[in-house]
Design a protein around this ligand. Structure first.
Ligand code: NAD
Ligand code: UDP
Length: 320
């Protein structure tokens, strides 16, 4: 009998890669998504398979799944700042009500639940690099608060179910992850810069570009999540690539990679945009024996190759 896993957010960037990975590992995968930021194109190659099912459903509403479940991965949530600023209430709901529904489902099915948390729970961090012990610096009422606080609540509720009900839970704190199947117009910096290069638009740096990020290739992220799910560790674990770069230097790397002759233009820094971010991955190394393998140059090339083969219509859709 195949193990059965429910993956919410299955039509999104990370969810679709997780569907592929668990199919490859011999699981029966049940994908669920309401397509608010996702795209069926990311999983349509799985539709003919007998070991894959898909349900179009909003997980902030009661979630029903027929049959047994061994595992649940809760990845449904808008994840890009322009998405969650556009749909703030749905973002709060899927992190809170959605998580509550999936905790209830996990109890009913006696399944292990892994939730997708985020480096955003550290806010604009005062500790660098960020260890899991750092409590964070989040503006609850700022525009990003809808995402950050939903994810913080998600972690608290998950730990409450773990402690009070003895539910098997896992918490992954995901740091900026990129790769094929990101939406070209989702506003995150990698699709934004690559889209601009492909459309022949100027490269938009927000602020002076001194803010830093650390980018993890999707295959490394999926490997970390896979190992965490199968581990016996219930405290949060950072998964990300510690190789940090300023956005200004990163823009130069993209200009070199794409060969664009566009210029860099500066736009205002969005409110509460974190100034620095780098995961401390000591815990993941120790507990999961995990560390990233794909360097930025290689990962960016794979991602650019994906964007390059999109149709002219897909390329045209710019939200800037
Ligand atoms: P994404 O937008 O590509 O995927 C999210 C998916 O969730 C979409 O397909 C969307 O339609 C679906 N969804 C949203 N609300 C839903 C709802 N109420 N019911 C059902 N489906 C719903 O984003 P992503 O980058 O793949 O992120 C996936 C998860 O990983 C999110 O929980 C996000 O917070 C987390 N995460 C991602 C990153 C990253 O760098 N990619 C970093 C930190 C955390
Ligand atoms: N950013 C930028 N230009 C863009 C899009 C993003 O300079 O066109 C910056 C953004 O202000 C942030 C960084 O790039 O400092 C990463 O942004 P992203 O939205 O990818 O992720 P997050 O802020 O959630 O880490």
């Amino acid at each position: 009998m195949k193990k059965r896993i429910l993956i919410t957010g299955a039509a999104g960037f990370l969810g679709s890669h997780l569907c592929d990975r668990f199919i490859k590992e011999g699981y029966h995968v049940i994908g669920m998504d309401n397509l608010i930021t996702g795209d069926l194109k990311n999983i349509e190659h799985l539709f003919p398979r007998e070991d894959f099912e898909f349900y179009n459903h909003d997980v902030s509403k009661y979630v029903h799944v027929a049959g047994n479940l061994d595992y649940i991965l809760h990845f449904a949530s808008p994840a890009s700042p322009i998405d969650y600023l556009k749909i703030p209430i749905q973002t709060l709901k899927v992190g809170s009500l959605g998580t509550h529904n999936l905790l209830g489902l996990a109890m009913a099915k006696k399944a292990r639940l892994l939730i997708a948390s985020t480096s955003e729970i550290y806010g604009d961090p005062l500790v660098h690099p960020q260890t899991e012990d750092y409590y964070g610096n989040v503006n609850t009422i700022g525009p990003r608060g809808v995402y950050d606080e939903a994810k913080r609540f998600q972690e608290s509720m998950t730990m409450a179910y773990h402690r009070y009900h003895g539910l098997e839970t896992r918490i992954v704190r995901i740091f900026n992850t990129y790769g094929p199947r990101m939406r070209l117009n989702d506003g995150r910096v990698i699709p934004a810069f690559m889209g601009q290069a492909l459309r022949g638009e100027d490269i938009t740096i927000f602020g002076d570009g001194s803010q830093t990020r650390s980018f993890c290739y999707v295959d490394d992220q999926v490997e970390g999540i896979y190992r965490l799910l199968l581990s016996d560790y219930s405290d949060p674990v950072n998964i990300g690539n510690p190789h940090e770069i300023s956005i200004k230097d990163f823009a130069q790397e993209i200009i070199e990679l794409t060969g664009t002759d566009q210029k860099i233009v500066y736009q205002p820094l969005p409110q509460d945009d974190p100034m620095q971010r780098q995961p401390d991955i000591s815990r993941a190394k120790e507990i999961l024996g995990w560390e990233p393998k794909v360097d930025r140059k290689e990962g960016m090339k794979l991602t650019y190759d994906y964007f390059k083969q999109l149709s002219p219509e897909e390329l045209k859709k710019s939200e800037h």
